[in-house]
Design a protein around this ligand. Structure first.
Ligand code: GLP
Length: 259
């Protein structure tokens, strides 16, 4: 695992965007796993800027989002389909049929979830998976006690997650309690994983994910089993790490060696 403590959220976004753009140059038909929430917005802005500057071509890229709420129509301002259109897809001119979201309706949701897994496989698997983290250590919507081998399925959101995300809903506006999410097992199959975390609210989740035991109680700790995962943290999210000085030294060496 690489743990990079960044000087600012902007620097983290810059580094992650640079990794994605480099991967895109290597493979124009890149398959991206994408996250929502406030954390990845800086990365998305940089990808849009690269496209506008003529420095990146997303026409062959295919995307698979981690999760989506059940019960919100695609044009609802809080739906992740709406979020992704507004924050990224419209800005990079991604062909509509290259965009995929986990299924949230229909009379055979388990079957549709299996089809989502199959669609990822048919695309050749996810090359680069972008992740945020919940304050309870969730990735996607894999809440604590999610099986570390889980696949795309419906999850009930915890009180903690509902409280964390309540800020996006108006007073009296119904907040979805269920979501479809890629499983932890699905996420672990991505070739490369880039996780960003900002703020003190996430510091305990980061400590558990990076230095805690692998446990379904902190689903992000499953990333310890992945051979190519990088954590991009601000100082607040890194604040509880026991080996913080060591990660800084590793990074310094990496830069000196041209990384
Ligand atoms: C939601 C999403 C996660 C995201 C998390 C953190 O729960 N399902 O994928 O990582 O929020 O959100 P934020 O980046 O806004 O802190």
């Amino acid at each position: 695992m690489r743990v990079i403590e960044c000087s600012s959220q902007d620097q983290a976004a810059e580094l992650v965007a640079a990794e994605i753009l480099a991967a895109l140059r290597q493979k124009p038909g890149l398959v991206l796993g994408l996250a929502t929430g406030s954390t990845p917005i800086g990365v998305y802005q940089r990808l849009i800027a690269a496209k506008r500057a003529g420095a990146a071509d997303f026409s062959r890229v295919r995307t698979f989002n981690l999760d989506e709420y059940i019960g919100l129509p695609a044009d609802h301002p809080q739906s992740y389909r709406h979020f992704m259109r507004a924050q990224l897809f419209d800005g990079i001119g991604l062909p509509r049929h290259h965009v995929h979201f986990p299924p949230t309706d229909g009379n055979d949701l388990p079957g549709a979830c299996r089809a989502y897994e199959q669609a990822i496989k048919s695309a050749g698997g996810i090359d680069v998976q972008l992740l945020g983290i919940g304050s309870n250590g969730h990735i996607g919507f894999n809440e604590p006690t999610s099986s570390l081998a889980s696949r795309t399925r419906v999850k009930t959101l915890t009180d903690k997650t509902l409280a964390d995300n309540a800020r996006f809903y108006g007073k009296g506006e119904a907040q979805p309690q269920l979501a479809t999410t890629m499983g932890v097992g699905t996420i672990l199959e991505a070739r490369r994983i880039l996780l960003q975390s900002f703020g003190t609210k996430k510091a305990e989740a980061i400590r558990q994910a990076v230095e805690g035991p692998v446990s379904s109680f902190w689903p992000a700790s499953a990333l310890q089993l992945h051979p190519d995962v990088t954590f991009f943290l601000d100082a607040d999210s890194a604040s509880l790490l026991t080996m913080r000085e060591y990660y800084r030294r590793v990074r310094k060496n990496e830069i000196e060696l041209g990384g």
